[in-house]
Design a protein around this ligand. Structure first.
Ligand code: ATP
Length: 279
């Protein structure tokens, strides 16, 4: 459905994308990677808001480099950018309606029905008449998602959708996105390994403008197999350890004295992978 081949993008002397190859289908795909890895740049190319320098990108057989096909592609995608702007004095309804007008939904009755539908989908029906500036951060994030859902796009592109949400909001947001993943292709970027474990069928780890891992969350966790340990005292010889909720020490790497082996999680695999990539 989406084919990306050898995609490159350079800002000045900085290679933000350094030959990305990717094929995407339905379901939820997560892009994970440290700051500056190129996630936003890749999502912006996919959302057709940024032109790559080289390589090819095609979604649903449509290429954004062709103006006519680009317009057709835009009709089939919804995009939640990293910093969605909003007009503070608009109500939730008016904001989504405004985007619907920009999306060329000209029939007023049908457009308003669609605005009500997407507001209900993100559980903001009761806030429809509330001004955007009075909404909480989590509600505003859901409002931004609502505009991306207009017209039931085949492809949803979500750039760090869980940023700024509290744990409860994150949980309901994840439930919403995994529900959407049943019907749409969803690509999201995140710094939260819990997001990936909870809702992505596939995870791509990026670093320095390249994909360095492509697999399921449990395959990513397996990268740290045999390298995760729990002990009662702090491991003196290791720098990769942290306190757990049950007041033990979780160590990545060599086995500390008197430590028990434990099953790796997505975060463990991610950290080991980044450590290996940096070595
Ligand atoms: N408009 C721009 N002008 C110059 N450099 C840019 C621009 N946008 C991004 N970059 C650089 O390109 C690289 C990739 O940035 P990008 O925002 O795609 O990374 P990211 O993985 O999304 O990072 P983060 O997790 O911090 O959002 C970084 O080195 C960044 O500084």
């Amino acid at each position: 459905m989406i084919e990306i081949r050898n995609l490159t993008k350079t800002y000045g002397r900085r290679r933000a994308l350094d030959g990305v190859d990717l094929t995407l289908g339905t379901g939820v795909t997560g892009l994970l990677g440290p700051n500056g890895a190129g996630k936003t740049t890749l999502l912006r190319c996919l959302a057709t808001t940024l032109a790559p320098d080289g390589g090819s990108l095609e979604a649903f057989g449509l290429s954004p480099s062709d103006p006519v096909q680009r317009t057709a592609l835009r009709r089939r995608l919804g995009y939640l950018p990293q910093d969605p702007g909003y007009y503070p004095h608009f109500t939730a309804f008016d904001l989504v309606d405004y985007v619907a007008i920009l999306k060329e939904m000209t029939d007023r009755t049908r457009r308003h029905a669609e605005v009500r539908r997407v507001l209900a989908e993100v559980d903001l029906t009761e806030q429809a008449k509330t001004k955007a500036r009075k909404l909480s951060g989590g509600m505003r994030q859901r409002l931004a998602l609502a505009q991306a859902l207009l017209g039931s796009p085949d492809l949803l592109i979500l750039d760090e959708p869980t940023v700024g949400l509290d744990p409860e909001q994150r949980m309901s947001f994840r439930a919403l996105v995994s529900r959407l993943g049943e019907r749409h292709a969803v690509v999201l970027s995140t710094h939260q390994t819990e997001d990936v474990a909870a809702l992505c069928e596939r995870v791509i780890v990026m670093r320095d403008g390249r994909g360095i891992f492509d697999g399921t969350p449990s395959e990513l966790a397996d990268v740290a197999a045999g390298q995760v340990w729990l002990s009662d005292s702090a491991p003196v010889a290791s720098r990769m350890f942290w306190r757990t909720a049950d007041r033990r020490y979780r160590t990545l790497g060599e086995r500390p004295p008197a430590a028990d082996a434990t099953a790796p999680g997505v975060e463990d695999g991610y950290l080991v992978l980044l450590g290996e990539a940096a070595a």
